[in-house]
Ligand binder design. Sequence first.
Ligand SMILES: [Zn+2]
Length: 496
Amino acid sequence: MQLNILKKKGEIYKAEIIESIPEGEDVSLYFHGDWHDLCRGPHLSSTGKIGKYFKLTKVSGAYWRGDSNNEMLQRVYGTSWSSQKELDDYLNRIEEAEKRDHRKIGKEMDLFHFREESPGSVFWHQKGWSLFQKLISYMRMKQETAGYQEINTPEILDRSLWEKSGHWEKFGANMYTSTTPDEKVFAIKPMNCPGCVQVFNQGLKSYRDLPLKMSEFGKVHRYEPSGALHGLLRVRAFTQDDAHIFCTEEQITEECLTVTNLILEIYKDLGFEEVILKYSDRPELRVGDDQVWDKSEAALLEAIKATKLEYSINKGEGAFYGPKIEFVLRDAIGRDWQCGTLQVDLNLPGRLGASFVDSDGNKKVPVMLHRALFGSLERFIGILIENYSGKLPFWLCPIQTIVIPISSDFDDYAKQVNSQLKKVGLSSEVDLKNHNLNYKIREHSLTKVPMLLICGKKEVDSNTVTIRRLDSKKQETMDLKKFLIKYSALNKAPSI
Ligand SMILES: [Zn+2]
């Protein structure tokens, strides 16, 4: 009947959709007077309930069913709000988000690019890679202080290991595989966990070794549909700041709290003060006994409550091997980003034969906590760029200073200053190109270099530099020695 109504009205596309739905499945249509629409719903009961303050934001062409052989349809985008202020705020947010797009800023700053030859994998340029390495050094330092041991495991592992771990069955659709010339099947790791358990399994472990914290900057590959890829924010190849903590059941709550505190400290260092926790419990598709799930869920919840932070519960959204906490941070324009995770796992260690000798002399299976703080380094960098509009904290800037002589007469002094800056650990460059000063200032402000150090006769004679800061026309002359002391001290995260 519905089909006939639509056909009669000339709604050939909607009719086509209905015809493609398998028999027996529900189809919902919405009626507003004599207007009918095919929609999953929900619809408003009356157009009178739409906010009076609206704006049509975009019109674009789209081929029917995304196929360029089909007809071109018009897509109209709009938004409506209940007050002019809400509408204005929303439009400002959208405009602000567009200005901050990390793909645009990443290009201007010469950080990275993507290519069709490897969709969803980043080609890091020198400056982007420098930022990447700065984040790794920072995290390495924090983890070392917190008692982690850093390891590294292979990227390609035999299919049999993934079968044993359960990934082959539960995660297979997202895994890249590789068949060797002698017909052996390997998988490119989508997670670092099984490799880490194999390191734990080397040598006899005692209860005195626990908690044992192993970290790994592990490169993983996960197949994502091409439509889901989005710059650095959604990729197929990424590096996790991963770690696994092997502990006893009694240690779970305390370890979860320690991890949570470390995460909050790190986010604060990077400028994110507002963090929300999301707790997810057992999903439908899972491994392990329900008794074991009961225990791990209770321990994780206890740790969450101890932080006294705001949290929400996502029923059924845990990992297939255990419950988890996700750490969501709020950026400068109010957007939420899920970054860190902490997962309790009472399944994998047992599946891969991990054990320790307890105080009573009996062998026991340790509990494993999976945790990542940035989550994916690639994605976190995307978030950082958008949060700061590319104007990163000084200690993270890929290039912190550029030394510019006002004419070639001062090239030697500029080179000398540059090498002293490098000596104290600052990322610096010298610009000896044959362009005028104003051109250079414009060029480097686009790449968001925080300070340009200008050198002319006055600076050479007094052994100083004239500082020109990003977005400021004011200049300040400083003794070179003083500059080196001041900025080498500022070249680190606040908590270090
Ligand atoms: Zn893991």
